[in-house]
Design a protein around this ligand. Structure first.
Ligand SMILES: NC(=O)c1ccc[n+]([C@@H]2O[C@H](COP(=O)([O-])OP(=O)(O)OC[C@H]3O[C@@H](n4cnc5c(N)ncnc54)[C@H](OP(=O)(O)O)[C@@H]3O)[C@@H](O)[C@H]2O)c1
Length: 291
């Protein structure tokens, strides 16, 4: 699957088959036999990462709320016998604490954590109750931090590791209907840019991912102003990069130990426009469809 995703990637046309094989070998050498915890593995980006990492020979612990979906993902993996399920609700500190205890109690080593589970928002700031803002912050920020803290302490003891955080372009700027989501994703950057400096001496790497539009279930699962899932697929998501290609891009960047990188299509141009021509970027942003 990862090999197919790499082949579909246009950039591959620039490389000879030999160079392509070198890349797959590099991925295998980075992820093979590693013990990797992936949150948000029951759908979307986390599901695609699970398939790709299983194919690369990693031992996996996969988490989300829906056990039945995790079972489906496990059974579709290349090596289901090396996939362990731990259910966890990121909106509940007790559930996150129990999952951490279970995971660290059962596995002597955790080489990598893909801190990927999360939820978005499609509701106006003025009509989003503080209770919903807090829920988004709990899922997308506080639980993410709780997992990283516990796993990083474990990694320090074992002599190193790699933590990968799925942020978003919404961690770089704000947008219509996403005030709480953008706030939570911005908070991740402040937290992990600081934590990275502190844990580097312990051989712990931290990578922040900033995906753009990826064709997952994110907009369907996003919370509306009633705190319910919208159930609607946004045009931007529907026409976005496939989750399979996204996973392939993520693994290439992570294996290269990048500190932060974007994944997606032309929306990534925003990163450069915002930096070099901010007033022009603000104008363009206001003209984009909220969905
Ligand atoms: N798709 C995009 O365009 C895009 C862009 C930028 C960033 N991202 C980020 O990518 C990450 C993955 O999202 P996705 O696009 O793959 O969306 P998705 O298909 O909706 O997947 C979200 C995953 O998070 C899990 N999750 C949600 N709420 C949870 C909770 N309370 N407790 C435990 N797990 C929970 C879901 O599992 P359960 O429902 O089974 O719990 C699911 O596995 C998120 O952090 C998202 O913010 C996505």
């Amino acid at each position: 699957m990862i090999i197919n995703a790499c082949k579909k990637n246009n950039s591959l046309n620039r490389y000879s088959l030999q160079q392509f094989e070198v890349k797959i070998k590099a991925l295998k050498s980075y992820f093979n036999s590693k013990t990797i915890w992936i949150t948000g593995a029951s759908s979307g980006i986390g599901e695609a990462l699970t398939y790709a990492l299983s194919e690369l020979g990693a031992r996996l612990i996969i988490s989300a709320r829906r056990q039945s979906e995790l079972e489906r993902v496990k059974s579709a993996c290349a090596h289901p016998e090396s996939v362990y399920i731990i259910t966890m609700d990121l909106s509940s500190p007790d559930s996150v604490g129990a999952a951490i205890q279970l995971c660290l109690g059962r596995h002597q080593r955790i080489d990598m954590l893909f801190n990927n589970g999360g939820i978005s928002q499609r509701a106006e700031a003025l009509h989003t109750d503080l209770e919903i803002v807090r829920r988004v912050m709990e899922i997308d920020f506080f639980s993410n931090v709780a997992l990283s803290q516990a796993v990083a302490l474990h990694m320090k003891e074992q002599g190193g590791g790699h933590i990968v955080i799925t942020s978003s372009l919404m961690g770089k700027w704000g947008f219509y209907l996403r005030s709480a989501y953008a706030a939570a994703k911005h908070a991740l950057h402040g937290y992990y840019d600081s934590m990275r400096m502190e844990v580097e001496p312990f051989n712990i790497k931290i990578t922040l991912l900033t995906p753009g539009f990826i064709a997952s279930e994110i907009s369907r699962h996003a919370l509306n102003d009633k705190g319910m899932a919208t159930g609607e697929m946004d045009n931007n998501q529907a026409s976005g990069m496939s989750t399979q290609q996204c996973a392939s891009e993520i693994l290439k960047g992570v294996a290269a130990a990048k500190t932060e990188f974007g994944i997606g299509g032309k929306e990534l141009l925003g990163l450069k426009l915002r930096r070099f021509v901010p007033a022009f970027f603000e104008k363009i942003l206001r003209k984009q469809s909220a969905r």
